[in-house]
Ligand binder design. Structure first.
Ligand SMILES: Nc1ncnc2c1ncn2[C@@H]1O[C@H](COP(=O)(O)OP(=O)(O)OP(=O)(O)O)[C@@H](O)[C@H]1O
Ligand SMILES: [Mg+2]
Length: 396
């Protein structure tokens, strides 16, 4: 397709028809005929050998017919655009041709200008589509939001999952990564069947990373953690770095759920994060953990990107303001306590924001996702502190 002329392969079992088509096209400066075939099998062989831009495919031919050959053309010449040409003008034939992957359909007999215009239109539409796709792939670089905490059971997974679904509902491409490598439960909360997980991902480019993502009905994509703790042990910080780098061009947001401890893998995600949502339940026993966690993140030069999210607010008598002043840090968001709703959501595998969108818990979660969407992304400058992170938490 890089060639300035559109290379065309003509397929028809009648030699005279091939000859007539050749004559219709021979004076067009932007089109060149690269070959002719008399049946579907020969067409596939030549398409593989010549890799034409476009193939004009008759339907009724001896041996392999044109519809079956069109279905298989993408396997041998993935960039070739099939245009079906046939004496059959009935709806049923047209439908079959389109289902097989034809880009257009011309009913014989057709004029020279009809043929030339069709070839040019199909070709230029495809070029526009490819350049759009290229643009979106090269320009896109997802914001990385890591949901972390100094303590287990504070609501990291609940928050990560619902934020990811809410962002998706606002027309964002979102990938939710479950970095709780030993006991990940994101698929459970979204009622997803784990067909493939991180443990199956080969990270050697043999298969695109996209093929390992699970698809939720909302359109959200999920990279599931390994199915067993032993498999989880095999994932390293380097894998995390590679995974994030490969997934960033594919989405607007990467939302990462984490376990509650500083592990080499969690650290790598924190280092690559644009924002760290530090989830804390505002109770005094938790205060020490949160404070300690903040100190570590400050040492690692990550304090700027930390946003404290107080979850389960209202579950005890402690005021968030009190908690915040003990921490000497403002609380960015307060998420209300609603045990009945989160329990029902977990049992049914339906995100809270879908199960009861009007509840104050859902409204708050949606509000956070909107704030994330509106905010200017922070830079990932803190990568410079990687050696310190490694020194503190390297695997023994
Ligand atoms: N705002 C909330 N109100 C009431 N219950 C909540 C709220 N958020 C989470 N929960 C409940 O708290 C429990 C722990 O939540 P979740 O699994 O999301 O926490 P976690 O921090 O991911 O835990 P872990 O450290 O085990 O991964 C769950 O039973 C969940 O339903
Ligand atoms: Mg969790």
């Amino acid at each position: 397709m890089a060639n300035s002329r559109i290379e065309v392969l003509i397929v028809d079992d009648v030699a005279e028809t091939r000859h007539n088509i050749r004559k219709l096209l021979e004076f067009e400066e932007d089109i060149s005929i690269v070959g002719e075939a008399g049946d579907g099998n020969e067409a596939l062989r030549l398409a593989q050998e010549l890799q034409p831009d476009c193939i004009l495919m008759d339907i009724n031919m001896p041996g392999l017919d044109g519809i079956s050959a069109t279905k298989r053309i993408y396997q041998v010449a993935p960039n070739c655009l099939p245009i079906v040409i046939s004496v059959q003008g009935e709806q049923e034939y047209l439908r079959k041709a389109m289902l097989a992957g034809a880009r257009d359909y011309l009913v014989k007999p057709f004029s020279g200008s009809e043929l030339v215009n069709t070839i040019r239109q199909v070709y230029s539409l495809e070029q526009a589509r490819r350049s759009l796709q290229q643009d979106s792939q090269t320009n896109r670089s997802a914001q990385v939001i890591v949901v972390f905490s100094a303590k287990g059971g504070v609501g990291k997974t609940t928050i990560a999952t619902n934020l990811a679904v809410s962002l998706r509902k606002q027309q964002q491409e979102v990938i939710l990564i479950d970095l709780d490598l030993q006991f990940g439960d994101v698929p459970l909360l979204l009622d997803l069947n784990v067909k493939r997980s991180m443990a199956d991902w080969h990270h050697d480019g043999r298969e695109a990373i996209e093929d390992f993502l699970l698809k939720h009905e909302s359109g959200l994509k999920v990279f599931a953690s390994p199915q067993t703790p032993e498999q989880g042990e095999l994932i390293t910080g380097e894998h995390i770095s590679q995974m994030i780098t490969e997934l960033q061009p594919l989405a607007d947001f990467l939302v990462i759920d984490t376990p509650q401890f500083f592990h080499e893998t969690t650290l790598q995600s924190l280092e690559l994060a644009h924002k760290i949502l530090l989830v804390a339940t505002p109770d005094l026993p938790n205060l020490k953990n949160v404070k300690c966690c903040l100190d570590v993140l400050t040492k690692l030069n990550m304090a700027d990107k930390v946003h404290i999210v107080a979850n389960k607010v209202g579950s005890n008598g402690i005021k968030v303001e009190q908690f915040s002043s003990h921490l000497q840090q403002p609380v960015w968001q307060k998420v209300p306590y609603d045990l009945r709703l989160t329990t029902q959501a977990a049992i049914q595998g339906i995100p809270v924001v879908d199960l009861n969108p009007k509840s104050s818990l859902s409204r708050r979660l949606v509000q956070i996702s909107q704030d994330l969407l509106r905010a200017e992304p922070l830079s990932q400058e803190t990568r410079s502190k990687i050696p310190l992170a490694r020194m503190l938490f390297a695997r023994r």
